[in-house]
Design a protein around this ligand. Structure first.
Ligand SMILES: Cc1cc2nc3c(=O)[nH]c(=O)nc-3n(C[C@H](O)[C@H](O)[C@H](O)COP(=O)(O)O)c2cc1C
Length: 371
């Protein structure tokens, strides 16, 4: 694992190893989408000296939320909640980026105060949102037909990203990652399966990417160079997503990302669809393409084991690897990889929502051995 445990840098930050915590929606906030003690503990457990953590997808407005008890970054309470997370993570010597997010048509009126979700075009996603029943339990709910954004509304959403970036900076984060993956609003604009607009934001890829790049301009104007990142899922279909020419779309986007002095680009490989593994041994490895197009630091994610991560870094296919599900159940994942220790299995039933069970009660390896 010598490559995984060699130093590297993202933007102006030096890192001591390359095992990154992937962004994971865990639906564990306090009321009002505010990070509380449980989230402070979760992130603290996964922080290591010289390591990098990426947060849960965090909504830039009330209308951006797809899942009940997902965090927000649009009020002072959100800022204060996140500040406690950031301070605790920094105290352990780790870096932390906030993933900022708008769900677009993946949002649900039950989570948005009854407001109809928005999208580039009025097209239905066949996925589900997570909502709270009257008895307090969490349920999956079918999505509803979104409303097509009027062109004059788009700058208002760009400004929501800018304002959230300001709050993230005030909370002390080391940077922000724009969530342009997994079927949410940026990707809904980017792919032609979900963007049927005929104005300046639809049609050719230059137009479909406009919303992403305008938002990037806004966020970089707040954060400056080397502190902003973008997550892409070129092979993703989650969210009923499709594109007639993914190669062309993602080549355009990746090459244009070179115009920004980004901290990194983060790419999800096709080994997973949402949270389910797919059989894709012979699947296209997108990070290798993105590597050719984008010249800055690259994080790869999606179905990696320690050995596969070591291999892709050794081959130069990526600089860092983000781990999702294995980091859920192994809070000390970097140390387990480093010392070749057995991994604890994860429990899917506790991924989303609930209490400390399946969230902060997975033991470290030392605790298992000593028990
Ligand atoms: C419970 C869960 C929640 C997730 N939430 C997010 C999220 O908020 N933002 C995001 O970009 N990806 C999210 N993902 C995708 C992960 O970041 C990651 O790409 C995926 O789990 C594949 O990596 P893995 O095979 O290491 O788990 C989520 C995945 C899981 C399992």
């Amino acid at each position: 694992m010598e490559n995984l445990f060699s130093s590297t840098s993202v933007g102006s930050y030096n890192l001591e190893h390359r095992v990154v915590l992937a962004p994971l929606t865990r639906m564990r906030t306090e009321p009002g989408n505010v990070p509380g003690d449980l989230m402070v503990e979760y992130y603290t457990q996964r922080a290591t000296k010289g390591g990098l953590l990426i947060t849960d997808a965090t909504a830039v407005s009330p209308l951006a939320i797809a899942y009940v008890d997902a965090p927000g970054i649009y009020t002072d309470e959100h800022l204060q909640g996140w500040k406690r997370v950031v301070d605790a993570v920094h105290a352990k010597g780790a870096r932390i980026f906030l993933q900022i997010w708008h769900a677009g048509r993946q949002a649900h009126p039950a989570n948005t105060g009854g407001v109809t979700p928005i999208a580039p075009s009025a097209l239905l996603s066949l996925e589900h949102a997570a909502i709270r029943n009257e008895d307090g339990s969490i349920a999956e709910a079918e999505l509803i037909l979104p409303r097509e954004l009027e062109i004059k509304e788009i700058p208002l959403i760009v400004d929501q990203f800018r304002r959230s970036a300001v709050l993230a900076k005030e909370a002390g984060f080391d940077g922000v990652e724009l969530h342009a993956a997994n079927g949410y609003l940026f990707e809904q604009f980017l792919l032609d399966g979900t963007n049927h607009r005929t104005d300046a934001y639809g049609g050719p890829v230059e137009n479909r990417a406009r919303f992403l790049f305008e938002s990037l301009d806004a966020v970089v104007s707040v954060w400056g160079a080397g502190k902003v990142a973008v997550r892409l899922s070129p092979s993703g279909t989650y969210g009923t997503m499709s594109d007639s020419n993914p190669h062309g779309t993602f080549q355009y986007v990746s090459e244009k990302l070179n115009d920004y002095d980004l901290a990194y680009v983060h790419v999800i490989e096709p080994r997973v669809r949402g949270i389910i593994d797919i059989d894709a041994e012979d699947a296209h490895v997108w990070s290798k393409d993105i590597r050719r197009w984008f010249k800055g630091p690259l994080i790869a994610a999606g179905g990696f084991t320690g050995a596969k991560a070591e291999q892709i870094i050794a081959e130069g296919g990526a600089d860092l690897v983000a781990f999702g599900r294995l980091f859920v159940s192994n809070p000390d994942l970097p140390s387990r990889f480093r010392h070749d220790l057995p991994l604890s299995p994860y429990d899917r039933s506790t991924f989303y929502g609930g209490d400390a069970g399946g969230y902060t009660d997975y033991p470290t390896y030392d605790a298992v051995v000593l028990a």
